[in-house]
Design a binder for this molecule. Structure first.
Ligand code: ATP
Ligand code: MG
Length: 331
């Protein structure tokens, strides 16, 4: 059974003043995470990545209405009664945020910060929690864990602090970890080091991982599957290596072409236009105005996601473009 099943998720937000029509911020998101599977969610700013995570955690604003299916181990998340929801949030799912310094109290020791959650939920007492934290710190390659636990956040580098966040996330022995741009605040070498540590821990423990990032290279390197989001919709989904080698949606192909290549001197091709949000998309495909392959149908009719084998793509022309898009990656 899957850990997480998201099917045709849709989120509409009413305006604060309750005037005007609600805005669609998630249009159609489907993805699954199996135990031990790392799934990357990639897309531009405003594409709805964080909103998807918030919907999973039931942390959307009250003015949001949610449609579609959101299930954890086959149980509906929106229908969870309060007690189950508290356990779900404190023990079954953990979150890792982008900027540890924004989530950490500078006046308290690292140790107090790390164990706060598991002690508050009654999962462990203080002594047990500190011991478990020490073990985990060693697992993620932190030397002298005792000393680290008695230090304050300002005494730690960004990379070390983010390892602390990984430890905090793993401490309740969760089944699923949601990491929303966990390494964006770090420099590139530290970024891949921290991600390597996180994915190693995830695999060892058969925990599921949802890894949100702008960075398609990083996502492809550390995840099993990818979901590429554009304007509130998952436009392409499948095994990471396959998508990376042969994208089937023009947006994925454009993302791949827009990265500077370490091996080629060719200029990266930027994606024309600006990122659009779901509510700005008209009737047709939200990518049509930026897509070099768009035809009349793309502007009038929204493509439904279609599954063939392990790949799901929402593009009217994905079949006929297959060879062209794959060629673009090799060029
Ligand atoms: N509190 C809010 N009220 C109204 N609209 C919101 C709110 N939060 C996000 N949105 C809108 O929802 C859409 C999706 O936002 P979301 O934060 O999920 O994007 P994202 O993919 O996480 O972007 P980023 O990469 O910048 O973090 C955007 O159009 C955004 O403007
Ligand atoms: Mg975000």
């Amino acid at each position: 059974m899957n850990l997480l099943d998201i099917e045709h998720l849709r989120v509409d937000l009413r305006s604060r003043e309750r005037r005007g029509a609600p805005r669609t911020v998630i249009h159609d998101v489907s993805l699954t995470i199996a135990p031990g599977e790392a799934v990357g969610v990639v897309g531009e700013s405003g594409s709805g990545k964080s909103m998807t995570v918030k919907a999973v955690m039931r942390l959307l604003p009250r003015r949001a209405t949610v449609g579609g299916t959101l299930e954890f181990r086959g149980t509906s998340i929106p229908a969870m009664p309060g007690r189950d929801l508290a356990r779900f949030r404190s023990q079954l799912v953990s979150m890792i945020y982008q900027d540890p310094r924004a989530h950490i109290n500078p006046l308290r020791t690292i140790g107090d910060f790390l164990i706060e959650g598991v002690v508050a939920s009654g999962q462990m007492n203080r002594a047990e929690a500190l011991e478990a934290a020490c073990t985990l710190l060693r697992d993620v390659g932190v030397n002298d864990p005792q000393r680290r636990l008695s230090q304050y956040p300002h005494q730690l580098s960004g990379g070390l602090l983010q390892r602390m966040m990984i430890v905090m996330a793993l401490l309740p022995s969760p089944e699923l970890v949601l990491a929303d741009e966990p390494t964006t605040a770090l420099d590139v070498t530290v970024q891949s080091e921290v991600m390597a540590i996180l994915t190693e821990q995830i695999r060892e423990r058969s925990v599921g991982l949802l890894f949100i990032t702008h960075d398609l290279d990083l996502a492809a390197a550390v995840t099993d599957s990818l979901a590429v989001m554009h304007a509130g919709t998952v436009v392409e989904r499948g095994p990471s290596a396959d998508i990376y080698a042969a994208p089937r949606h023009p947006y994925t192909a454009a993302l791949l072409a827009s990265r500077p290549s370490p091996t080629s001197v060719a200029r990266p091709v930027s994606i024309p236009g600006r990122p659009v949000s779901a509510f700005e998309a008209g009737e047709g495909c939200a990518f049509a105005s930026r897509c070099p392959y768009a035809i009349g149908q793309c502007r009038t009719e929204r493509p439904e996601p279609r599954t063939a084998g392990t790949r799901t793509v929402a593009c009217h022309r994905s079949d006929e473009l297959e060879a062209v898009l794959a060629e673009g990656v090799r060029a």
